[in-house]
Design a protein around this ligand. Structure first.
Ligand code: NAD
Ligand code: UD1
Length: 337
């Protein structure tokens, strides 16, 4: 298939492009580089030996989007483009609603004009209410406590409404748990700007000496060791989940949500311990107060994706730690050099 990948220059987008191209699919990328650099796409071409068209435009710009559709025969869209920082979304809610909702609406409108009816959407585990029993399955109650989460919730609702009106469309909502790790080549990986908010980039930058110590947000949660538990998933497994999702969308109409996780919960101390052991490096840590809005434990039920997509995550926590560190050591400044 020929796939339009919005946000293709980002962390998950680049890893997914590699797996799509390796599988023989064609790609067309849209990205405005608001949170990425063209260098990441150059490396995708280097890893795969394949090329693809790039439109350096904003997904909110429907006319620019329309050009990408009219100049290429697109079969399916994967929509990664969006702003994703929870804390920033609380400070700049309108920017998040505008970018994430306008982008979704422009894309759906351009798809409708060009007769493209298959879409895979990057949703998030953050659409689940945090006070529900774990593990969460796809029917667990939805809700959010921050603007970023609401944008995902609202995009999901918009997509369900579009499919209700157009039953021949196929929309796959992928709810990611916590993607970490990097491609095994060490050529692409996560490149957060500024001080990382997420745990793994903070660990790798601390191990490298760029940060003095990892602050562990709370050791008094009702978990095995008191630290927060999450469902970490290797980004290459996540990328392969998208390959399975487009192949599912090719054969099935309707709107379906899937958890993409491993079904396993690991604590902050589990992750730090595995990272130190596998890579033979120290990660200085200090205990800090809980971070506002953090639930104690989040992990997924994965049976639905196994059964309906024929996909399952296979990479271990150790592989996630090894690959994240290889990327960081080879690229201490990310894609900036
Ligand atoms: P990322 O920031 O690395 O990638 C997103 C890409 O979209 C970037 O290259 C950015 O420049 C681009 N972009 C943003 N707004 C755009 C716009 N208006 N027009 C064109 N391009 C635009 O993020 P990621 O980690 O790769 O996440 C991809 C998607 O998955 C996002 O929608 C995110 O919300 C979602 N998600 C990510 C995680 C995670 O932990 N990384 C978890 C759940 C869901
Ligand atoms: C966060 C977002 C979530 C988003 C995901 C991926 C919140 C509340 N949730 O998930 O919406 O989809 O990122 O972008 O922000 N931790 C530390 N020290 C750190 C960083 C994190 O102890 O410096 C702990 C956290 O308390 C948590 C775990 O590590 O227990 C994972 O945190 P993080 O990587 O930020 O992911 P989430 O909070 O699960």
């Amino acid at each position: 298939m020929n796939i339009l990948v919005t946000g293709g220059a980002g962390y998950i987008g680049t890893h997914t492009l590699v797996e799509l191209l390796n599988r023989g699919h064609g790609a067309v990328v849209i990205d405005n580089f608001t949170n990425s650099r063209p260098e990441s796409l150059r490396r995708v071409r280097e890893i795969t030996g394949k090329s693809f068209a790039l439109y350096a435009v904003d997904v909110c710009d429907e006319e620019a989007l329309s050009r990408a559709f009219s100049e290429n025969a697109i079969d399916c869209v994967i929509h990664f483009a969006g702003l994703k920082a929870v804390g920033e979304s609380c400070e700049r809610p309108l920017a998040y609603y505008r970018n994430n909702l306008d982008g979704m609406m422009s894309l759906l409108s351009a798809m409708g004009r060009h007769g493209v009816k298959k879409l895979v959407f990057s949703s998030s585990a953050t659409v689940y209410r945090s006070d529900v029993p774990m593990p969460v399955d796809e029917d667990s109650p939805l809700g959010s406590i921050n603007p970023y989460g609401w944008t995902k919730f609202m995009c999901e609702q918009m997509l369900r409404d579009v499919v209700a009106a157009r039953p021949d469309w196929s929309v796959v909502l992928l709810r990611y748990f916590n993607p970490i790790g990097a491609h095994e080549s060490g050529r692409i990986g996560e490149d957060p700007s500024g001080i990382p908010n997420n745990l793994m980039p903070f660990i790798t930058q601390t191990a490298l000496g760029r940060r003095p110590a990892l602050r562990i947000f709370g050791n008094d949660y009702p978990t095995r060791d008191g630290t927060g538990v999450r469902d970490y998933i290797h980004v290459v497994d996540l990328a392969l989940g998208h390959v399975a999702a487009i192949e599912y969308a090719e054969k099935n109409a309707g709107c379906e949500a899937f958890n993409l996780g491993t079904g396993q919960g690991y604590s902050v101390l589990d992750l730090v311990g595995a990272f130190e052991r596998v890579n033979g490096v120290a990660v200085p840590c200090e205990i800090a107060p809980r971070r506002a809005g953090d639930p104690a434990t989040v992990y997924s039920r994965v049976e639905k994706a196994e059964k309906m997509l024929g996909w399952r995550a296979t990479r271990t926590l150790e592989e996630m730690c090894r690959d994240a560190w290889r990327w960081q050591v080879k690229n201490p400044n990310g894609f900036a050099e």
